[in-house]
Design a protein around this ligand. Structure first.
Ligand code: PEP
Ligand code: MG
Length: 915
C-alpha cells in the first residue's frame, strides 16, 4: 500500500483535521501532550472517500488495521479476540467539522461468545459483561447490519416486564444474558446469518458502516442545512480506540463537560456525569445525570483530576472545549475533546473573559466568533413583567424564549413549519433522526435527558430555545399529547418555553427585545478598533435612528424619504400631490407637506448628531402611493351600492354579491358626501390608469421623477436644507448629505445640483447662516457605473444601491428570481449564492470596483459606501473592505454583525487577497 491511510494517536498530526477528522486529530494531539487517552488509531477521511468511490476498502487497509491493532494490544496488554484477556474497541466517526450525532459509532467491539467468557473472568463481573455484550449486539446490529432498533427494544422491554423491573439498573446478569441471547436471535432472523464471531470481520463491517454513514440522509441533511461544503469537510475518519469502561462498578463513571458554561459563558466547571454507566447513557439522555459539582463530594480526588484536565485542555487549545471522559476503576481517561459549540451570549462572554485572563489575544477574541452568530443576541426574551404562572420546569438547556404550537414528532413539525406555523417540538428525548424537526421548530422541549443531551447540544448549536429533562411532563407520542398532573396539552395547543430558566407556560407569553450586554459592548468596541469600514444604518425615523445608535451605528447611510410619506398623517397629502393635474395644485399639496418633512429631517439629524445622515430624494414610482386599480374599482362599486341604499332603493344580496370592504361608518353619511367620495376615487382610478407602467421598477422612478416633477424634489431639498439651518442655529453638530437615486447621466445630477444651489442660497439668506452638507448620488444603474468618472465631477459621494444594481446586472428581479428559479440555481450550483443576500463579488463587485476606481480618479477624496441589503452580510463586507469603501450601511439589527464582520475583514484581509 503506497498511501498512508492509518495513523496511531502517537503519530497523527493533531492539526490536520481535514485528513484525520476533528475527533481523530484531537485524540492524537491529546495523546501527544501527555493526557491520559486510551490507545488507538485513526483511519483517514481519504480512505473514506476512496471507499465511497470504489465501493471497497483500499487495498492493504485491513492488513494495516491489524498492524495498528497489534500496537494497541502492546500498549493495553490485552489481545483482540483473545479468550482470556480480550481487548475491546470502539469505532467512532469524526469529520473535519463536528456534526454531533449525525454519523455512527459502535462500542464494545470485539465481543463474541469466546471473549465474553474472558471478559467475565477478567472482571469477575458477569452482569457488566453481559450488559456490554447486549449493548454491542444491538448497536452493531443497527449500525453495521441495518436492523431496526425497535426489534431489539421490544425484547428488552419484554424481559424487563416479565421480571417486574422498572429501571435498567435493576436487571441482573441472568436477565442480561437472556437479553443477549434474544438479540443474537434477532440478528439471525433479520439477516439470515448468525452474528459474526470473527472480531476482524466485526471491525471490517463497522469501518464500512461508519464510512457509509457519511452519505446517510441525516448527515447529508445536516451538511446542507449548515452549508458544510466538501472544501470544509469531505468524508469521515474512523477512530478505533481501546474501550475503557465507566460501568464496571461504583468506582467508575462517565461524563461530559464544557470547560465553561456554554449557555452563559461563565467560567466554571460545567457538565454532567453518571456513576457506573457508559458514555452513551449521558448523551442519549436515557438516565438523567448529575451535575459535575456533585463529583467533588462523591469522588473528591477524581474531581480534582478533572479540574486539572479541564485547565490543561483550555490552556492548550486556547478555546472552550467540549470533552468526554470516563473513570474506569479510579483512573480518569479523556475520550474526546472538541471546540465547544456555544450560543452567542456564551461566545461573547468567553471571548471577553479569555482575553482578560491572557489566554487569547484581542484578535483571537474577535475572530473566534462568527459574526452571524450575534443575530441570536437579538432574539426575544420573555417580558419580565409577565405574570403568567409556569406549568412545569425542566433544565434550561439553550437560552432564549419561544412560543408555538405543540407537535410531538419531527415529520409533523416539518410539515407544519413549512406551512408557516410556529412550532414547539415535544419529545421524550430526541435522536439525530429528529433533526428536520429541529429545523422547523422555534423551540424544543424534552421530558428526559440533561443539558448535554442530544436535544440540548443541537438546539444550542442552532440558537434555538430548548428545555431538556422536564420530568413532570409525561409525553405520550402516540396520543399526541403531554400530561402534567391533570393537565393535558394536545397537539396544536400553544405553549411558551423559556430556555434560559427552563420554565414552561401555557399560551403565548409577551416577549421583549433583548438589550446589549456589557461584554458585547466591549467586544464590539474592540472590533471598532480594528475595523476600517464604518458601519451606518438604513433607517428612516428618529426612533429607529436611536436604536441604530445604541447598536453602534456611526451614521445613517440611507434614509428612504418615501417611507416618511407613507405615515397616515402624510399619505392624504401625498395623494393630493399625485392627483394634482397642474403645477399650482401640486405646489399647494407640497406646501402642506413641506413643514412635516422639515420636522422629520430635523428630528432625524438631531437623533443622529454628530454623525452623517444621508437623505435620499424620492425614489419609488408614484403609483405605489395609490391603491391598486382593482381595489379602487371595488370601492367605487361599493360606494355606488351604498348610494342606492340610502336613496331607499331595494338592494338585494345578489346585488351585494361583492367581496368589498365598505368604508365605515357609513350610516351618518349623506348622498352628497358619498358623491364626493366617488368622484375622488374615480379621479384616483384615472390617475392609476395614467400611471400604469409595464415594468415600473425600470420605469418612471428615482431621479426621473425629479426631472418630470421638479417641484417635488425642490420641496424635499428645501425641507432638508431648512432642517440643516435649524439644527445649525441651535448649535447641533450634524453632517447631512443629499443623495439622488437611479442616476444614469451627469446631466441629471447637474440639474438636481442646480435646484440644490438655488435653494441653498435662499435658505442661507433666510436664516443668515452658511449651510454645510454634501451632495452625492446612488450608484445603482449599470450606466452610472460606466460613467462614474464624470458623475464624480458633481457627486461628493457615491452609495452603491446593490439591490437595484444586482437586479440590473443579473437582469432578473429579486421577487421573480426567489419565487421561481433561484432555489434551483443555488441547489444545482448554477449560482453559488443568492446575489440579493450575498454580494456577487465576481459580477456586481467588479462593477463596484470599476466605479470606485474611476470615481477616485476624478475626485480622490470621494466618499464611497454601500446601502443595498448585502451591506449587512459578512462575506459582502469583506469584499467592501477589499475595494476600500468607507462604510457599509445596513438595517439596524444587523449592525452588531456588520461591526464584527468589518473587524474580521481587516484581520483576514491577507487571506482574502490570496483568495
Ligand atoms: C438599492 O437599490 O440597493 C437601494 C438601497 O435602494 P432601494 O432598495 O430602496 O431601491
Ligand atoms: Mg435602489
Amino acid at each position: 500500500m503506497t498511501e498512508k491511510y492509518i495513523y496511531s494517536f502517537q503519530k497523527g498530526d493533531g492539526k490536520n483535521k481535514v485528513l484525520l477528522g476533528g475527533k481523530g486529530a484531537n485524540l492524537c494531539e491529546m495523546t501527544q501532550i501527555g493526557l491520559n487517552v486510551p490507545p488507538g488509531f485513526v483511519i483517514t477521511t481519504k480512505a473514506c472517500l476512496d471507499y465511497l468511490e470504489n465501493h471497497q476498502l483500499p487495498d492493504g487497509l485491513l492488513e494495516d488495521v491489524k498492524a495498528h491493532i497489534a500496537e494497541i494490544e502492546t500498549l493495553s496488554g490485552k489481545q483482540f479476540g483473545d479468550r482470556r484477556n480480550p481487548l475491546l474497541v470502539s469505532v467512532r466517526s469524526g469529520s473535519a467539522i463536528s456534526m454531533p450525532g449525525m454519523m455512527d459509532t459502535i462500542l464494545n467491539l470485539g465481543l463474541n461468545a469466546q471473549t465474553l467468557t474472558g471478559l467475565i473472568e477478567q472482571t469477575g463481573d458477569a452482569r457488566f459483561a453481559y450488559d456490554a455484550y447486549r449493548r454491542f449486539i444491538q448497536l452493531f446490529g443497527k449500525v453495521a447490519l441495518g436492523i431496526d432498533d425497535q426489534k431489539f427494544d421490544l425484547h428488552f422491554a419484554a424481559v424487563k416486564k416479565q421480571a417486574g423491573i422498572k429501571s435498567d439498573v435493576g436487571l441482573d446478569a441472568e436477565h442480561l444474558r437472556q437479553i443477549s441471547e434474544l438479540f443474537l436471535q434477532v440478528v439471525l432472523e433479520e439477516t439470515g446469518k448468525p452474528f459474526p464471531e470473527n472480531v476482524y470481520e466485526q471491525l471490517e463491517l463497522s469501518i464500512k458502516a461508519v464510512f457509509n454513514s457519511w452519505m446517510g440522509k441525516r448527515a447529508v441533511d445536516y451538511r446542507r442545512e449548515f452549508h458544510i461544503t466538501p472544501k470544509m469537510a469531505n468524508g469521515t475518519a474512523v477512530n478505533v480506540v481501546a474501550m475503557v469502561f465507566g460501568n464496571m462498578g461504583n468506582d467508575c463513571a462517565t461524563g461530559v463537560g464544557f470547560t465553561r458554561n456554554p449557555g452563559t459563558g461563565v467560567n466554571e466547571m460545567y457538565g454532567e456525569y453518571l456513576v457506573n454507566a457508559q458514555g452513551e447513557d449521558v448523551v442519549a439522555g436515557i438516565r438523567t445525570p448529575k451535575p459535575v459539582h456533585e463529583l467533588a463530594q462523591e469522588m473528591p480526588d477524581l474531581y480534582k483530576q478533572l479540574v486539572d484536565l479541564r485547565n490543561k485542555l483550555e490552556a492548550h487549545y486556547q478555546e472552550v472545549q467540549d470533552y468526554e471522559y470516563t473513570i474506569e476503576r479510579g483512573i480518569l481517561f479523556c475520550l474526546q475533546t472538541r471546540n465547544g459549540k456555544m450560543n452567542a451570549t456564551a461566545m461573547v462572554r468567553t471571548s471577553v473573559e479569555m482575553m482578560a485572563e491572557g489566554l487569547i489575544s484581542k484578535e483571537q477574541a474577535l475572530l473566534r466568533i462568527n459574526p452571524e452568530l450575534l443575530e441570536q443576541l437579538l432574539h426575544p426574551q420573555l417580558d419580565p413583567e409577565n405574570k403568567a404562572q409556569p406549568v412545569a420546569q425542566g433544565l434550561p438547556a439553550s437560552p432564549g424564549a419561544a412560543f408555538g404550537k405543540c407537535v410531538f414528532d419531527a415529520d409533523t413539525a416539518e410539515l407544519m413549519g413549512r406551512a408557516g406555523e410556529r412550532i414547539i417540538l415535544l419529545r421524550e428525548e430526541t435522536k439525530p433522526e429528529d433533526i428536520h424537526g429541529f429545523f422547523a421548530a422555534q423551540g424544543i422541549l424534552t421530558s428526559r435527558g440533561g443539558k448535554t443531551s442530544h436535544a440540548a447540544v443541537v438546539a444550542r448549536g442552532m440558537g434555538k430555545a430548548c428545555i431538556a429533562g422536564a420530568e413532570d411532563l409525561q409525553i405520550d407520542v402516540r396520543a399526541h399529547q403531554a400530561i402534567i398532573g391533570d393537565l393535558h396539552i394536545r397537539e396544536g395547543d400553544t405553549i411558551t418555553i423559556d430556555g434560559s430558566t427552563g420554565l414552561i407556560y401555557l399560551g403565548e407569553i409577551a416577549m421583549i427585545e433583548p438589550s446589549f450586554s456589557e461584554e458585547l459592548k466591549t467586544l464590539l468596541s474592540w472590533a471598532d478598533e480594528f475595523a476600517e469600514l464604518k458601519v451606518h444604518a438604513n433607517v428612516d425615523t428618529p426612533e429607529r435612528a436611536r436604536m441604530a445608535l445604541s447598536y453602534g451605528a456611526t451614521g445613517i447611510g440611507l434614509c428612504r424619504t418615501e417611507r416618511m410619506f407613507n405615515a397616515s398623517d402624510r399619505l392624504p397629502l401625498v395623494i393630493d400631490m399625485i392627483l394634482a393635474d397642474n403645477k399650482e395644485a401640486r405646489q399647494q399639496a407640497l406646501t402642506r407637506l413641506f413643514p412635516i418633512q422639515r420636522d422629520d429631517f430635523q428630528q432625524l439629524f438631531e437623533a443622529m448628531s454628530p454623525y452623517p445622515v444621508t437623505v435620499r430624494l424620492l425614489d419609488p414610482p408614484m403609483h405605489e402611493f395609490l391603491p391598486s386599480e382593482h381595489q379602487l374599482e371595488d370601492e367605487i362599486k361599493a360606494l355606488n351600492l351604498y348610494k342606492l341604499m340610502i336613496q331607499g332603493q331595494q338592494v338585494t344580496l345578489d346585488t351585494l354579491g361583492l367581496q368589498v370592504l365598505l368604508p365605515t361608518p357609513f350610516n351618518h353619511l349623506n348622498e352628497d358626501v358619498i358623491n364626493k367620495a366617488i368622484a375622488k376615487k374615480e379621479l384616483m382610478l384615472k390617475k392609476v390608469k395614467e400611471l400604469y407602467e409595464v415594468n415600473p421598477m425600470l420605469g418612471h422612478r428615482g431621479v426621473r421623477l425629479g426631472m418630470s416633477y421638479p417641484e417635488i424634489y425642490q420641496m424635499q431639498i428645501r425641507s432638508i436644507l431648512e432642517a440643516v439651518a435649524l439644527c445649525t442655529q441651535q448649535g447641533t453638530p450634524i453632517l447631512p448629505e443629499i443623495m439622488v437615486p437611479q442616476v444614469i447621466t451627469l446631466q441629471e445630477l447637474i440639474k438636481v445640483k442646480s435646484f440644490v444651489d438655488q435653494i441653498q442660497q435662499e435658505v442661507e439668506s433666510q436664516y443668515g447662516i452658511a449651510l454645510e452638507f454634501k451632495f452625492g448620488t446612488m450608484v445603482e444603474t449599470v450606466r452610472a457605473c460606466t460613467r462614474a468618472g464624470e458623475l464624480a465631477q458633481v457627486a461628493e459621494f457615491f452609495s452603491f444601491g446593490t439591490n437595484d444594481l444586482t437586479q440590473a446586472t443579473f437582469s432578473f428581479s429579486r421577487e421573480d428570481a426567489e419565487n421561481k428559479f433561484l432555489p434551483l440555481y443555488n441547489e444545482t450550483g448554477l449560482l453559488e449564492d443568492n446575489p440579493f443576500e450575498v454580494l456577487d463579488a465576481k459580477g456586481v463587485g467588479q462593477l463596484m470596483k470599476m466605479t470606485a476606481d474611476s470615481g477616485r480618479l476624478t475626485r480622490p477624496d470621494i466618499k464611497i459606501g454601500i446601502c443595498g441589503e448585502q451591506g449587512g452580510h459578512p462575506q459582502s463586507i469583506r469584499f467592501c473592505h477589499h475595494i476600500k469603501l468607507d462604510y457599509v450601511s445596513c438595517s439596524a439589527p444587523r449592525i452588531p454583525i456588520a461591526r464584527l464582520a468589518a473587524a474580521h475583514a481587516k484581520l483576514l484581509e491577507d487571506d482574502y487577497r490570496m483568495g
